[in-house]
Design a protein around this ligand. Sequence first.
Ligand SMILES: Cc1ncc(COP(=O)(O)O)c(C=O)c1O
Length: 386
Amino acid sequence: MAADIAQPTDLALSRRAIMRGTGAALALPLLSQAAPVLAQRSAALPVPEDPAGMISSLTDGVYINSNENPLGPCPAALRALSGLERLGGRYGMAFANRLASLFARQNGLAPENVVVHPGSYAPLCAAGLAFSSKERPIAYAEPTFDSGFMGANGKPVTRAVTIALAGDYQLDVRKLLAAAPDAGLYYVCNPNNPTGLVTPHADIEWLLANKPAGSVVLVDEAYIHYSDAESCLDLVAKGQDILVLRTFSKIYGLAGLRVGLVAGRKDLLDRLADYGINVTSMPAIVAAEASLLTPGLLAERKSYTAAVRNDLFAWLDARGTRYVPSQTSFAMIYVGRPGGEVADALAKDRVFISGKRKNMDNWVRVTMGTPAEMKVFKAAFAKVMA
Ligand SMILES: Cc1ncc(COP(=O)(O)O)c(C=O)c1O
């Protein structure tokens, strides 16, 4: 399952605890400190476990904790999904090839360079296992989206060598390589979750040109369409030692349907296949195809999100509150005290955000919701920070 929700400091509140108010505060330290990562994944999400409750959660709280898209599937995807429940008894395995071919065609790749998965989290984890080991670690700068490399005890499954992001929260690829000259896998989340900042294409090219033989650069482009970052799919087309992850969970709004993909040279993709490829559900693929075939969808959603983000940044500027100038659908905001405390306080008003990150203890991460949701967030945040 996608684990943007897996941060140990995310809200660990059950719906009932939230309803009871004070019980929520008691539940948090136990779950956030002690529970293994998988348990945190389910316990940390303050969302209902039944469809009716989930539908009401769209309006009975502000859920801006998991970088979900408040717009959900686009109209063409919704139309394409309608009536597909009758196919629920079939696997429909060949559908994935169709989506892979469409994506390849749209991006100047060969179909053999694309493998579709039920979400991009699966190939992310597989890449960690396939290309790193105790001898040849995974290298990345913190904070980033590293939960895919962690085991049940919250520690890297193989071995990780990490550096801190630079003072301006940018990734310094030269420092990363110097810290891990023997890595098997270099992970670059671009734009980075949680900072929302972009690593220039030229830096990734530099890393590819200078990394040790036999290693791979894994570029996670989950949020690329929100930003002005240049994709690294061209480097896949050139046959470099690179894997690029894409997901339909973010700008396309299909997180619950579960569909993503990995692009790379066939021999690299074959190494991932050693760790299993699951069947992606037919409705997910049909919705993804409809989304890819909708002209103007990306530009429309990029500018919708940018307007919400710019409004939030202007409001934070007016308050004198620091933030990282994200180019994505989320942003880190400086709160000057443990981020989890602020997240807990907001949860009492049913505004759910995500707490601190590694090396960013006194920060919170906020996903861009609708303008109406951000209005509720601002009021609650101003109250908590007063
Ligand atoms: C950077 C990044 N990569 C990958 C994922 C996994 O996404 P999914 O498995 O929904 O495709 C997420 C989810 O939050 C993410 O933030």
